[in-house]
Unconditional design. Structure first.
Length: 212
């Protein structure tokens, strides 16, 4: 099931509005964009994951940088297309404020990730995720969490939630944008799923990835 759910996904504010914007951000004296009203962006939620060579990587280690998070797997065809781009970004912009970080969702762990990492000459850190969140077609649309290393189901949400959804995780929150234009904000972990708020974000069907 996990293999059918992954779509190559990279999250970075600069890239979502275009490559020229990334270039201008990284060459500006301030190093990061401000809001139109002059206020600053909130600090991203912290996470800690296992990196290569038994290292531990924390998001806070990259404070002050533009961080490109690439969620990928060795079996994901689209991911293999994107990775050379991220290698190029790391080469070109690492000294100008950009940090690329790969988050692998491979259930087999380092046994498959390390050889792939080395054979493709990946020049940025890669970490392993321990939990995969998604939407099953069972029970007329049911959110779930899987252990990314074993495939074991950790929890199942209530039935009849959605037919299709886009999922973004930030800290302990899940942002679930359904194709009927409902946005669900839920608190989540490996043991629970707790919807907090529901919003209608459009008057027509929505097919987009929520940007946090």
């Amino acid at each position: 099931m996990a293999r059918r759910l992954l779509v190559g996904l990279a999250l970075v504010v600069a890239l979502m509005v275009g490559y020229p914007i990334l270039s201008s951000i990284l060459t500006s004296p301030e190093g990061a964009p401000a809001r139109a009203d002059g206020s600053t962006f909130r600090t991203a939620p912290e996470f800690t994951l296992a990196g290569t060579n038994q290292s531990t990587i924390r998001l806070s280690d990259y404070r002050g940088k533009v961080v490109l998070l690439d969620f990928w797997a060795t079996w994901c065809g689209g991911c293999k297309v994107e990775i050379p781009w991220f290698i190029e970004f790391e080469d070109k912009y690492k000294d100008r404020g950009l940090a690329v970080l790969g988050v692998s969702l491979d259930a087999e762990g380092w046994d498959v990730v390390q050889p792939f990492f080395e054979s493709h000459n990946v020049n940025y850190p890669v970490v392993l995720a321990d939990t995969l969140f998604g939407l099953s077609h069972l029970a007329s649309g049911q959110f779930f969490a899987l252990d990314a290393t074993t495939g074991k189901t950790l929890w199942l949400g209530p039935p009849r939630e959605a037919k299709n959804t886009a999922v973004v995780k930030a800290g302990d929150l899940l942002f679930l944008l359904n194709d009927d234009a409902e946005l669900i904000v839920a608190r989540s972990s490996r043991t629970r799923f707790e919807p907090l708020k529901r919003y209608t974000v459009a008057d027509s069907p929505t097919w987009a990835q929520p940007a946090i």
